[in-house]
Design a protein around this ligand. Sequence first.
Ligand code: HEC
Length: 98
Amino acid sequence: MKALAVPLIAFLTSVAALVAGLCHQTRLEPVGAPIPEDRAAYRSTCAQCHPPFSPRVYLKTQWRKVVEEMLARADHRGIEIDQETLELVIGYLEENGR
Ligand code: HEC
């Protein structure tokens, strides 16, 4: 029995660490929590032509340029995005980028 104690404790500790890690990573938000204004602006602005990309696909410093490229595309298609919404979107991406 004694021989099993050490591996058993090691196993249980690693399971606990794994569960804690998973909970931390998904960062669950309460169901029904209001969507912050900047994230809502991002979704409505940047998901008109494709599903919204995760802010983590680019570095914080790269987002402004990517948004500018997307704006040229939006312009071609006659989609207008006002300056105030745009600043919210860029702020959201820069805050949540890698
Ligand atoms: C007018 C339509 C349109 C809008 C609006 C639009 N996109 Fe795009 N987006 C595209 C198209 C088309 C592609 C695919 C072409 C490509 O990969 O270069 C794309 C690709 C992307 C990609 C992946 C390709 C890459 O360059 O990394 C990202 C990231 C992206 N869009 C972000 C955004 C963001 C952020 C916004 C909001 C500011 C946005 N898009 C708004 C049309 C749009």
